[in-house]
Design a protein around this ligand. Structure first.
Ligand SMILES: NC(=O)c1ccc[n+]([C@@H]2O[C@H](COP(=O)([O-])OP(=O)(O)OC[C@H]3O[C@@H](n4cnc5c(N)ncnc54)[C@H](O)[C@@H]3O)[C@@H](O)[C@H]2O)c1
Length: 441
């Protein structure tokens, strides 16, 4: 019988608490591969790391490559790693064939024996490799693309320039012809999120989604997180849907902004529109904010609100002209807190600040996402999932929605850093604002 191809990979970290070993075993078995554990040194104390070496067997070389790509996401790296292979993008907006598709985890690429950290961790991107010379001068856009010889030439060229190589994630839309991208899975090291025992403030909530967890305790932990991120001078992004306005909690969110807990806000046309409607007409989606009853002609209010702002030219201009004197958007503008309103197919108007080119909106959101220390997603499926796709896995994320399916979808992104809270957003934001104002500093 011909010998099956195999490769030895090593893995180290909090292998047991972070479930890295069973995840590797599961992936190999799911893909009908086989493994042998060659060594396993378990750390002696709760903070010691453990080390293991696996031998992974595939049916043939292609099957082995598939298995190695899968286990790589759990931090496995070849015992004898090779350099990453790079190839030139054949056209603007097109990755080279067999490009390496990123996770949102911290990642390194190996060039000429050195591991370079990939800047801006983001899922579903490619890894562009440039030397500092190119980063300053711009790469040669005429590079030949596609052939094996071209791939070898590109890889050799990058190796020769190792002095100061830069590796960074790039979304498909931003690719330029001739730029060099990592292809295949060689020379890639992914660092999974790990959970050393007793070191996670969020640990007790790590199973993440439940409508049955004690809300006061969750609010308390989220308040601690927001305080820590603010005190570290980092950004908490609030991703906000119109239910925040409908439930009457926009004023509570504005309190958090004024107190400096929210560094940037993402949302769509609806949250801004209904906030402005509620401040101009006292209704949200035509419902009276005081009585909770529909108001005659109230269904027109949101469109009239949009029209008023469009006539002024911008939300800031409406504030300058004294037309808009309170509310969430007023607080954002007057405190100088940045906000990104991304357009959608459902929008009326939209408000002048809404970025209707969605790729442009994504680009602006991306610049904040990379600086975030925490993210609070409040009752918007569309914008929460969009933001989730942009955030590095290390950003602590809290998703609040009345629908468990939305929360589960978000929490599934990562086991340890995302928590889901199934509750009414109005109650949650109100309690959080109270806790941050009244709770221990
Ligand atoms: N007139 C308009 O211009 C208009 C109107 C509506 C939506 N939109 C746009 O459409 C897009 C999608 O809108 P979206 O984000 O509101 O919809 P969405 O369906 O993506 O998300 C709404 C979420 O809010 C949750 N929710 C509702 N009430 C809640 C409550 N009390 N507590 C907790 N969660 C609650 C729902 O379960 C749902 O997951 C956005 O870009 C928005 O701006 C525009």
């Amino acid at each position: 019988m011909p010998q099956r191809p195999y490769e030895d990979v090593r893995i180290e970290g909090h292998l047991i608490d972070s479930l890295m070993v069973p995840q590797i075993m599961d992936d190999v078995m799911d893909l009908e591969g086989e493994f042998e554990i060659l060594s396993f040194d378990v750390g002696r104390t709760k903070t010691d790391i453990s080390r293991a070496v696996f031998r992974i067997y595939g049916r043939d070389r292609a099957h082995l490559e598939e298995l190695l790509t899968a286990v790589q996401e759990h931090g496995a790296v070849a015992v004898a790693p090779e350099d990453a292979v790079v190839a030139a993008a054949p056209a603007d907006g097109v990755f080279p064939d067999d490009f390496y598709s990123t996770t949102n985890l911290e990642t390194f690429v190996r060039i000429a024996g050195e591991w370079a950290r990939v800047a801006q961790p983001e899922m579903d991107c490619g890894v562009r490799v440039t030397s500092h010379r190119e980063a300053v001068a711009g790469v040669d856009g005429e590079a030949a693309a596609g052939s094996a010889a071209a791939v070898r030439a590109e890889t050799a060229a990058v190796r020769a320039e190792t002095a100061a190589v830069r590796a960074e994630t790039v979304p498909l839309n931003d690719v330029r012809r001739g730029e060099r991208f990592v292809v295949g899975h060689h020379g890639i090291r992914v660092v999974p999120l790990q959970r050393p025992r007793e070191s996670q403030p969020f640990e007790f909530m790590a199973s993440a989604v439940s409508s049955e967890k004690p809300k006061a305790q969750i609010v308390h932990e989220v308040a601690r997180l927001l305080r820590r991120v603010r005190d570290e001078g980092r950004l908490t992004i609030a991703v906000v849907g119109p239910a925040v306005v409908h439930t009457g909690s926009a004023a509570q969110l504005a309190r958090l902004i004024r107190a400096g807990y929210i560094g940037a806000l993402f949302g769509g046309n609806a949250v801004a529109t209904h906030d402005i409607e509620s401040n101009l007409y006292g209704t949200s989606l035509g419902i009276d904010m005081e009585s909770g009853m529909p108001v005659p002609g109230g269904h027109e209010h949101h469109l009239r609100a949009i029209n008023t702002i469009r006539r002024c030219g911008s939300i800031a201009a409406a504030i300058d002209q004294g037309l808009l004197s309170s509310g969430l958007m007023h607080t954002l503008v007057t405190t100088g807190t940045p906000f990104v309103l991304a357009g959608s197919i459902r929008d009326d108007g939209p408000l002048p600040e809404v970025i209707t080119d969605v790729m442009e909106a994504q680009r602006v959101m991306r610049s904040y996402a990379q600086r975030a220390g925490a993210c609070l997603m409040l009752s918007t499926m569309l914008h929460s999932i969009a933001t989730g796709n942009l955030l590095p896995a290390a950003v602590h994320t809290v998703c609040v929605d009345i629908n468990p399916a939305v929360v589960t979808k978000l929490a599934d992104r990562g086991s340890f850093q995302t928590i889901g809270v199934v509750t009414d957003v109005g109650l949650f934001v109100g309690q959080l604002a109270d806790e941050l104002e009244d709770g221990p500093a």
